[in-house]
Design a binder for this molecule. Structure first.
Ligand code: NCD
Ligand code: ZN
Length: 354
């Protein structure tokens, strides 16, 4: 019989999260604000966050929605949406003012709310060179939108066609491959010291058989789509290895049930409430709990050149499953959002150490 495990780690960060707006923001922001010190906020609102002024207003709305149990040091890190509307001078000024943290590139049409995205990363060469000069990181949704490329190969094709040229032509640019879903994503990170990779709870713990084999499960549908078992094992191997280039980003992306159980299912998994629990259980299964703190609390801040946390969080794993964690949350208007990872929350709990 196993014993209760207690683990104190530096306060963790979420380096990729969608908080939405309005009633959905109010419903989901408290989970992120309670659990994470930094949260890198994705800008794919409708219309997208393309200017410093929009980012300031959105950050204020996030802080207003963070709730009474938010961490005192909860900090939304704002990314601007890299498209034709973005003005390089405004991005640089926003970064100088400490408001703008990075710029996010979405290939147009690749995922939820990406209609305003770009066609090719190198179209923004001038902006990317200015970002490199100013130390502003580029965050990339690395997925080809070429209809002739199989959905499970789209990360590899995008990386080869669009990321390799940018990384080689602008080597001073700090880049993050977001939500790595295949070995192609792991390899480009390993091959370039200036490139980091965020890894999600669901790409660590699920593969496409979970999505498709026993009744299609729309709650596991996300972009980049969950890939094969071999890819998942490679991702979990990288995350648990202690390699400093890989760090935690939930890609928590809430959608109401009406969009998740429909003829055409919206991409996105809402995992913020149990994200730490899920990743802790995965590291436990892999015998790698000694590497958890580095993955969730150190590698990201190190990649982005920030200070490590001065406060800690205590994680506890019970030997027996207990309780009945909530499976969904509701917005004020009554829209239900399914939560990923309740099983891990039967074992794990966490609390800030004050
Ligand atoms: C995200 C969303 O819903 O905004 N969806 C997803 O499947 N991950 C967008 C994204 O990050 O691709
Ligand atoms: Zn995302």
């Amino acid at each position: 019989m196993s014993d209760t495990i207690t683990l104190d780690i530096d306060a963790p960060d979420d380096w990729h999260v969608h908080l939405r707006d309005d009633e959905m923001l109010d419903a989901v922001a408290p989970f992120t604000a309670e659990a994470f010190r930094h949260a890198l906020i994705m800008p794919n609102l409708v219309p997208p966050v393309t200017s410093t002024a929009l980012a300031v207003a959105y950050r204020d709305r996030i802080l207003a929605a963070a709730g009474p149990n938010a961490r005192a040091d909860f900090t939304p890190m704002m990314a601007l949406y890299l498209n034709d509307q973005l003005e390089t001078a405004d991005l640089l000024a926003g970064a100088t003012d400490g408001v703008v943290f990075g710029a996010k590139f979405y290939p147009a049409g690749a995922t939820t709310n990406s209609a305003a995205g770009g066609t090719s990363l190198l179209d923004y060469r001038g902006t990317l060179e200015a970002m490199a000069g100013a130390g502003i990181p580029l965050l990339v949704h690395a997925e080809s939108t070429d209809p002739e490329v199989d959905i499970f190969d789209r990360e590899a094709v995008f990386i080869e066609q669009q990321m390799v040229p940018v990384i080689e032509q602008i080597p001073e640019l700090r880049v993050t491959v977001e939500h790595i879903s295949t070995r192609a994503g792991l390899e480009i990170v390993r091959d370039h010291p200036q490139v980091g990779g965020s890894i999600t709870p669901h790409h660590l713990t699920c593969d496409r058989s979970d999505l498709l084999a026993n009744g299609m499960r729309p709650e596991l549908y996300c972009k980049p789509v969950i890939n094969s078992r071999e890819e998942r094992i490679a991702i979990a191997t990288a995350a648990t290895s202690g390699d400093r280039s890989f760090f935690f980003g939930t890609d928590s992306a809430p959608h109401p049930l009406s969009k998740k159980e429909a003829a055409t299912v919206a991409a996105g998994i809402f995992n913020a409430p149990y994200a730490l629990e899920v990743v802790a259980e995965l590291f436990h299964e892999w015998g790698a709990l000694d590497k958890l703190e580095a993955f969730v609390s150190h590698h990201g801040v190190d990649h982005y050149g920030l200070e490590r946390a001065a406060t800690k969080v205590r994680l506890t794993r019970r030997p027996d499953c207990e309780g009945d964690p909530a499976q969904s949350v509701c917005t004020a208007g009554g829209a239900e959002v399914r939560i990923f990872g309740a099983d891990a929350a039967r074992r794990w709990t966490w609390e800030p150490i004050r």
